[in-house]
Design a protein around this ligand. Sequence first.
Ligand code: NAD
Ligand code: UDP
Length: 319
Amino acid sequence: MNIVITGGAGFVGSHLAEALLAAGHSVVVLDNLLTGRRVNIAHLEQRPRFEYRFHDVCDPLPDLPCDALFHMASPASPEGYGRHPIETMLTNSQGTLHALQLAQRHNARFLVTSTSEVYGDPKEHPQSETYWGNVNPVGPRSCYDEGKRYAEALTYNYSQVHRLDARIVRIFNTYGPRNSPEDGRVVPNFITQALRGQPLTVYGDGRQTRSFCYVADLVEGLQRALFTAGTQGEVINLGNPAEFTVLELANLVVRVTGSRSEVRQVAARPEEIAQRRPDISKAKRLLGWEPAIALDDGLARTAAWLGEELGLKASAAER
Ligand code: NAD
Ligand code: UDP
C-alpha cells in the first residue's frame, strides 16, 4: 500500500513509519518539524520505499498516491502545545480538513490520532469511548483539547457525508525511545533527571494518575485500527490500563535507572488532570489488541535510548 503519515517525523509517527516499511508498504511522511525532529527518520531516508517531504498540513496536501492515511500531525505535549497554541488549533482544524480531502480524493482508509485529552478532567473512571468528557474550552489545555475534539467531529461528519473509511483513535499517555527530553512529558523528564542525578520534579502532590503505554504496543494498535475489517466509523481508545500515580512513576524511574536522585514536589500545574485510565475493552474486542510491555520494562528501554541520546549511559549504570 501507499501510505501517507502526517506528523511522521514525530515520536510516535517515526515508529509507525518504521513498522509500515517493515511490513512492505511505501511510506511518505509529511511534517513541518514544529515539534518533530528530522533525526527521528534519518535512518529511514535511504530506504527506497520511504520519502520525507517538509510540509505544513495547514496548506493543502500534495496529491500523492494514497491508499491509507494516518493523520498524526499536531503538537502533543502540554509544553509543545503551550508554546504553539494557535498552530495546534489550525493544525487540528485546517490540517485535518486537508488530510481528509486527500483521503477522500483517493478513496483511502483514514485514521486520525485523537487523545485522551478529549475527556478533559474526567468525571468517569476509567474512560470509555462513550464518555463525552469534561473540557474547559478557555483554559491552558483548550487549544489541544478543543482542537482534537474539532478534528474528531470533522472526521465523523466527513465520513458520514462522504462515506469515507475513517476511524478515530484516542491515544493515552505513550512513551518510549525518541520521546525527546526537550518535549517536557513526564517520562522523558523523569528519566533525564534521574540519569543526570538531578531531583525528579513532581508537579503538585504527585497523587494524580496516568496510565503509560509503551510506543511499540501503541504502534501495533494503530496498525490494527487502520487495517482491521469492521473498524470504519469507530472511535477506539488505545493505551495501557495499568494506572500509576505520578509519585509511583517517579520512584519507579529512580529504581529502574539505579539513580541516587531525590524525588521533589514542586508547584502544581494549572488545571491538572486528576486521573486517567483507558477502558480498552473495545480495542480488545474489535482489534484483538492489548499492550504487552510492562512499565518497568518500557522504562528500562527508554532509559537506554535516552542515556545514549544524552551521552549519559555509563554514568547512569554506575550510580
Ligand atoms: P510529536 O510532537 O512527537 O509528533 C507530532 C508531529 O507532528 C511532529 O513531528 C510535528 O513536527 C508534526 N506537526 C505538528 N504540526 C504540524 C503541521 N502543521 N504540519 C505538519 N506537521 C506538523 O508527538 P507524538 O507524541 O508523536 O504525537 C503524535 C500524534 O499522537 C499527535 O496527533 C498527538 O496528538 C497524538 N497523541 C499522542 C500521545 C502520546 O502520548 N504520545 C497521546 C495522545 C495523542
Ligand atoms: N509531570 C510531573 N513532572 C514533570 C512532568 C509532568 O509531575 O516533570 C506530571 C504532570 O503534572 C501530569 C503527568 O506528569 O500529572 C503527565 O504529564 P505529561 O506532561 O506527560 O502529560 P499529560 O498527561 O499531563 O498531558
